[in-house]
Write a protein that binds this ligand. Structure first.
Ligand code: KIV
Length: 298
C-alpha cells in the first residue's frame, strides 16, 4: 500500500513570518531545505535569477509524488474543474470543492508552497468577499497563499488580502474564469492590448501580489513584463523568459484525453500506460490467471 509522507498529519503550514528566507545556494528546485517554501524564498530566487517549476495538484497522493520530486510550488488550481471533477470549464467550481482539494494537497506534502485558487464567484463581489473566501482556504485547507484572476480589476481584493496577511498570486492574460466573455484566445496581441497587460501586471505588483501568472500571452511581451516587474512571473503559454513555468499536471503527464494546447509538453502518456495496465488486469481476471497463489492467503 502506498505510504503518504508524515506531513499528511499536518493540517496547516507554518506561519510565513516564522521562517527565514533561503540564502543563496538554497535552490528552490533541488535545494536541500525540508521546511515549507515561502513567498520570501520566491522573492530571493527572483533576485538570484533562478527559474523554478510549478505544477497543479488536486489530491494528496499525486501531490506527494511532486513534493518528493522537488517541485517547490504547487497550485491547487480551479483547473480541477475540467481536470479532476468532470466539469467542462472552471466556472462551476465551488469554494467548498476547492477547500477540500487544497486540504488534501497540503496533507500530501511537506516542502512545497501550496497555493489555493479562489474559484469564480468567490471574490468578484469585492475585497470583503475575497477575504472571507481566502480565509477559508488558509484556515480550513492550510494553504500558504491564494491565487485570483484579474489585473487592475482585482487590485482592491489583492490589497485587502495582503494587508490581512494572506500572500496573493495574481493571474493575468487569459483568465479562464472569464471564458464566457473572452473565450480561450491569446491575450496582449497588438499595441493597446499589450499596454493593458503591462498596466495589469504593474497594478497587481503595486497591490502587493508576490507573483503573477501570465497565461497565453506572446513570448516577447511576457519577457518584457518579467524585466519590468520585481516580483516573479509564472508563465503558461508565455514563452521561455518568465521566472517560473507552470503546467496543468494532467496535461504534462498525458492523462488528459483529447487535444491539449500547443504550449503543453507531454512528458509521458499516462493515459496509455494506465489504460494498458487496466486492460491487462481485466483480461487476467476474465481468463482466470489473476489472482495466482502468490496473491492469495491460506
Ligand atoms: O487553475 C489553474 O490550473 C491555473 C493555471 C493554469 C495557472 O490557473
Amino acid at each position: 500500500m502506498t505510504q503518504l509522507p508524515a506531513a499528511q498529519q499536518q493540517t496547516a503550514q507554518p506561519a510565513q513570518g516564522a521562517l527565514k528566507p533561503s540564502g543563496s545556494g538554497r535552490a528552490l528546485y533541488g535545494g536541500k531545505s525540508t521546511r515549507r517554501i515561502t513567498v520570501r524564498d520566491l522573492a530571493a530566487a527572483k533576485e538570484r535569477g533562478e527559474k523554478w517549476p510549478m505544477l497543479t495538484a488536486y489530491d494528496a497522493l499525486t501531490a506527494s509524488v511532486f513534493d518528493e520530486a522537488g517541485i517547490p510550488v504547487m497550485l491547487v488550481g480551479d483547473s480541477a474543474g475540467n481536470c479532476h471533477l468532470g466539469y467542462e470549464t472552471t466556472v462551476p467550481v465551488t469554494l467548498d470543492e476547492m477547500t477540500m482539494l487544497a486540504a488534501a494537497v497540503v496533507r500530501g506534502t511537506s516542502r512545497a508552497l501550496i497555493v489555493g485558487d479562489l474559484p469564480f464567484g468567490s471574490y468578484q463581489e469585492g475585497p470583503v468577499q475575497a477575504l472571507r473566501s481566502a480565509t477559508r482556504l488558509v484556515k480550513e485547507a492550510g494553504v500558504g497563499a491564494v491565487k485570483l484572476e484579474g489585473g487592475e480589476r482585482s487590485h482592491r481584493q489583492i490589497e485587502l488580502l495582503v494587508e490581512s496577511g494572506i500572500p496573493v498570486m495574481a493571474h493575468i492574460g487569459l483568465t479562464p474564469q472569464s471564458v464566457n466573455a473572452m473565450g480561450y484566445r491569446v491575450q496582449g496581441r497588438g499595441e493597446e492590448a499589450a499596454a493593458q497587460l503591462l498596466r495589469d501586471a504593474k497594478a497587481v505588483q503595486d497591490a502587493g501580489a508576490f507573483a503573477v501568472v501570465l497565461e497565453l500571452v506572446p513570448a516577447e511581451l511576457a519577457a518584457e513584463v518579467t524585466r519590468v516587474l520585481h516580483i516573479p512571473t509564472v508563465g503558461i503559454g508565455a514563452g521561455a523568459e518568465t521566472d517560473a513555468q507552470v503546467l496543468v499536471w494532467t496535461d504534462m503527464l498525458g492523462l488528459t484525453g483529447g487535444r491539449v494546447p500547443k504550449f503543453v509538453k507531454q512528458y509521458v502518456n499516462l493515459r496509455e500506460v494506465m489504460g494498458g495496465a487496466v486492460k491487462a488486469f481485466a483480461e487476467e481476471v476474465v481468463g482466470g490467471t489473476f489472482p495466482r497463489d502468490e496473491h492469495s492467503v491460506h
